[in-house]
Ligand binder design. Structure first.
Ligand code: 5AD
Ligand code: SF4
Length: 441
């Protein structure tokens, strides 16, 4: 039997793509193994969002090279594959397959080429028929499942490589999304995460022409589904109706990830984000006016070209105003093909690092305050597993907070029996910056 090993970097879209790739390979008669040494085929699903992620790819490919000469075949998938294309064959000559995410439907025929001894197989076109549905997706988690609803991105944020690596927007029909959600529910999945680079610009290509809020409501009505999440949202396309939908149905998790990137209008303009700070805060106001407490998280880039100290402070002031529950923060990184490459006044690395540290410490204090406010409340928690080291169960609240807890009747998994996948109510007794702790009630 032919064996393969796959390693994945990057966002949830990439994680889900790998699930599709694994499913396809298994259906083609391949066996997945846990270590590269055991594999005939070594696949690497890559991310190129920032320079560091991309450098890691070539570093890791060098490590894999040690396995060369043992008759192994190497493949690079995902965003670096799409971005670098055939140049990868030059930089890493032991690689035989370079394929971007839009080409995974063609994987079986690419495998045939590889098996025939072809040493330069590529899948780099965006015109491939939709790869949303593979009948074979191998989901990593038995309780929570991803569903891609829209691929690609039509925005042109000046720092971002995604429009180049994932191509233009393509939405999937609402009927096929609902069919997959129904099938997942009947298989025992209770949580669904709707995925897309910009889910808010979802537009049903069938005559129904549903928008995102309509689709979200419908997925929330699927029998057996207890939680629905979605990511990622672009503020420009985030409409109030989404907040209304969340308010109407507790199945829709009360968490919205709404990347702002900067609190300065001048920087937002340079980023070509298509909204102002004021536009953004209006969306925050809709969420704060909701009946359910909606948790809000964001992404921030520090050190965008030309960002002054005062503009950076505008971002800190925005954090204070919004009171995010969590955020991902990054130092601006130059990406190939992007418009921001042409900007002057690039900020020194040390200065970017300084701003990043300040931002993270600032946010940490906010999170400690916000999490501490939850002590004494009871939170419905979806159990993900058990942490042997701490002796606690680990779960998530609807607001996507991590909650570590003890359970009087279940002091740990016994005889292979685990609570993972169940929902329990937990009283919050302690709070840290990044998680809560409590006791099942
Ligand atoms: N440099 C730094 N951060 C970036 N992101 C996207 N492109 C870049 C870049 N060139 C961040 C944004 C985005 C998140 C997924 O990654 O904050 O929301
Ligand atoms: Fe990385 Fe963006 Fe590609 Fe996701 S879509 S893997 S974040 S480059």
């Amino acid at each position: 039997m032919k064996t393969f090993y796959i390693e994945t970097f990057g966002c949830q879209m990439n994680a889900h793509d790998s699930e599709k790739v694994v499913g396809t390979l298994v259906s083609e008669g391949y066996l997945q193994v846990e270590a590269p040494e055991q594999a005939d085929l070594i696949l690497y699903n890559t991310c190129s969002i920032r320079d560091k992620a991309e450098q890691k790819v070539f570093h890791r490919l060098q490590q894999f090279k040690k396995e060369q000469g043992k008759g192994k075949v190497f493949g690079v998938l995902g965003c670096v594959a799409q971005q670098e294309g055939e140049a990868i064959f030059e930089r890493a000559p032991h690689v035989s397959l370079v394929a971007g995410s839009a080409s995974y439907a063609k994987l079986p025929s690419m495998l045939v080429q590889l098996e025939a001894g072809d040493r330069r197989v590529t899948g780099l076109k965006f015109d491939a028929e939709e790869a949303f549905e593979t009948p074979f997706t191998r989901r990593d988690n038995p309780h929570r499942a991803y569903i891609t609803i829209i691929e690609g991105c039509d925005k042109a944020c000046s720092y971002c490589v995604v429009p180049f690596t994932r191509g233009p927007e393509r939405s999937r029909t609402s009927a096929s999304v609902l069919k997959e959600a129904g099938e997942l529910a009947s298989m025992g999945y209770t949580e669904i995460q709707l995925l897309g680079q910009n889910v808010n610009s979802y537009r049903d290509p069938s005559p129904a022409a549903w928008n995102f809020a309509r689709l979200l409501r419908a997925v929330g009505e699927v029998n057996g589904i207890r939680r629905v999440r979605f990511t990622t949202s672009h503020p420009r396309d985030f409409v109030e109706d989404i907040v209304k939908a969340i308010d109407e149905n507790p199945v829709l998790c009360n968490h919205v990830h709404l990347p702002v990137q900067s609190g300065s209008n001048r920087v937002l303009e340079g980023m070509q984000r298509l909204y102002t700070r004021e536009d953004y805060l209006r969306r925050i106001a809709w969420m704060k006016a909701a009946r359910r407490p909606i948790s809000i998280t964001t992404d921030i880039i520090v050190g965008f070209p030309g960002e002054t100290e005062a503009e950076f402070e505008d971002t800190l002031a925005l954090l204070e105003e919004v009171q995010y529950d969590s955020l991902f923060s990054f130092k601006y990184s130059k990406r190939p093909n992007t418009a921001a490459l042409g900007l002057v006044d690039h900020i020194a690395e040390e200065e970017k690092s300084r701003r990043l540290t300040i931002l993270q410490e600032y946010q940490r204090a906010i999170q400690i305050r916000r999490n501490t406010d939850l002590i004494g409340t009871i939170e419905e928690t979806f159990i993900e597993g058990y942490n042997q080291a701490t002796g606690q169960w680990v779960g998530r609240t609807t607001q996507n907070r991590i909650l570590n807890f003890i359970h009087a009747e279940h002091t740990g998994p016994k005889d292979g029996e685990t609570l993972a996948g169940r929902y329990v109510n937990v009283r919050v007794t302690r709070a840290g910056p990044n998680s809560l702790a409590g006791e099942a009630v």
